[in-house]
Design a protein around this ligand. Structure first.
Ligand code: NAD
Length: 109
């Protein structure tokens, strides 16, 4: 079985392009995204482009239990971290932005 690569924010602009390249490299992309700045339909479209359904976990990277279970369940060997907010002021996640970054910092410890 090929290596499984977890792409946090994998449904977003950069993540979706990387997902295609990961698949082209013979690896298995697994997308984890809370869809705060992307759409579920992208996952299906990626499956059409890649030629096989793409594994997708809907959730937030600040949910440590979810991230751990995704790593375990999909046998993740590498992570490419792309889940992030481009700009604090302009993002649809604005209402949670300050708390988001604070909680991310806590999870790293
Ligand atoms: N696009 C660029 O030109 C560019 C340039 C330099 C750096 N970056 C950085 O690269 C990263 C990705 O950029 P992008 O253009 O693909 O952005 P994007 O908004 O299209 O993709 C980010 C994805 O992360 C998801 N996300 C955000 N917060 C999340 C969370 N807490 N948990 C799970 N998913 C979450 C969003 O739903 C989205 O699908 C960002 O951190 C961005 O700042 C982007």
């Amino acid at each position: 079985m090929s290596d499984s690569i977890l792409l946090t924010g994998g449904v977003g602009f950069i993540g979706s392009h990387i997902a295609v390249e990961v698949a082209r490299a013979g690896l298995r992309p697994v997308l984890l995204d809370n869809l705060c700045n992307s759409k579920r339909g992208v996952v299906d479209r990626l499956g059409q482009i890649i030629g096989t359904p793409v594994d997708f976990v809907e959730g937030d990277i600040r949910d440590g239990a979810l991230v751990r279970s995704a790593i375990r369940d999909f046998g993740i060997t590498s992570v490419i971290h792309l889940a992030g907010l481009k700009a604090v002021g302009g993002c649809r996640c604005r209402t949670t932005t300050t708390m988001s970054w604070a909680r991310c910092a806590c999870l790293k410890r």
